[in-house]
Design a protein around this ligand. Structure first.
Ligand code: FAD
Length: 303
């Protein structure tokens, strides 16, 4: 089985998430082939065969032109799967490619199942399995669902070009507003999940963060409830963090949260449910009521 992996290049650099496509290909036992609109310098050490379109001609982001380039790559290589990250680039391009080919698309894949894919359902509270009905398929992967895996083979770059007329013009990227807290560089993060119960209890988590000299993080429901500002959210729609210590308090471990924090060096989870999925990534899982355990731990640290 052959998988055409659609990598992403931003400001002349290959985005890290591109390597997650290879983690997927390894699990799917697929022969990987990388497509990218970028530069020779960016993919010089890719360690795999690359179909490279020139970003200075096609633009780093131009879904109309990139669709035509991907269709040309598919014509040449006849892959069984065309695999994107479920990023803004993937959201934009994947359905265009699937519609042009008239094939099925499975979006936000979090796992591989017998004959198909695992996807989230009911706001990620449940999982469902889908089986594509066409032989060739387009897939987008949930960020963090597959481990990044840089190929270690030799790099072979093959140029790809089409005359792509487009009504779109790429103007550039706009930096997001500066956040009041930069979790991306924090060495210690203590995060509050829905398990804190109510807004007033967030101060228990904040006190532990302060005692450890760290920053406050939060899961999305805590942010959506207005208990903590969005700038503290960790996960696919929040920040991606990699501190030395991540303390998850009352966080179940949904895939969208894990995607933002699983690269932490040491993960301590506090949860009253011994079977909470956070236990699968935690180095230590303390099974306790956080309302009792966290203040006791903070008090110990204060001594
Ligand atoms: C498109 C999309 C994007 C998303 N992006 C993000 C994102 O960026 N970040 C994110 O976090 N989520 C995100 N989510 C939501 C995600 O799917 C989960 O719903 C969310 O992460 C769950 O948050 P939680 O773990 O705090 O809450 P819950 O899943 O409700 O878990 C609460 C946990 O607290 C435990 N608990 C309860 N009371 C106590 C107590 N007293 N002491 C100890 N433990 C207790 C429970 O056992 C449970 O494990 C996204 C969802 C979607 C669909």
């Amino acid at each position: 089985m052959k998988a055409l992996l659609i990598g992403e290049c931003r400001g002349g650099q290959v985005l890290d998430a591109t390597w997650e496509l290879f983690g997927y290909a390894a699990q799917a036992c697929a022969e990987p082939l990388l497509f990218m609109v970028g530069t020779k310098e960016a993919v010089a050490g890719a360690g795999v065969r690359v179909l490279l379109a020139d970003a200075s001609k096609q633009g780093e982001y131009n879904p109309e032109a990139h669709k035509l380039l991907i269709l040309e790559a598919i014509r040449r290589e006849s892959p069984d799967q065309i695999v994107f990250m479920h990023s803004s680039y993937g959201w934009d391009l994947a359905p265009r490619v699937a519609a042009a080919l008239g094939v099925a698309q499975s979006s936000e894949v979090i796992g591989i199942a017998e004959g198909g894919f695992e996807l989230c359902a009911c706001n990620a509270k449940m999982r469902r399995t889908v089986v594509p009905t066409t032989a060739k398929i387009v897939v987008t992967l949930q960020g963090g669902a597959f481990q990044g895996q840089k190929p270690a083979g030799s790099t072979e770059i093959q140029d790809l070009d089409v005359e792509a007329s487009s009504r779109l013009e790429f103007l550039g990227y706009e930096e997001p507003e500066k956040k009041d807290v930069n979790l991306a560089t924090a060495e210690i993060i203590v995060s509050a999940g829905r398990g804190v119960g109510k807004k007033d209890n967030v101060q228990i988590i904040e006190a532990l963060a302060k005692a450890l000299g760290g920053e406050l993080g939060a899961s999305r429901p805590v942010v959506d409830s207005g208990w903590v500002a969005q700038s503290h959210q960790v996960g696919t729609t929040g920040q991606t963090v990699a501190p030395k210590l991540y303390v998850a308090c009352g966080i179940s471990g949904a895939i969208q949260h894990l995607a933002g924090m699983r690269k932490s060096e040491f993960i301590l989870a506090i949860n009253k449910d011994k079977d909470a999925p956070i236990g699968e990534v935690a180095d230590v899982l303390v099974v306790a009521d956080l309302l009792q355990f966290v203040p006791a731990l903070t008090a110990k640290l204060g001594r």
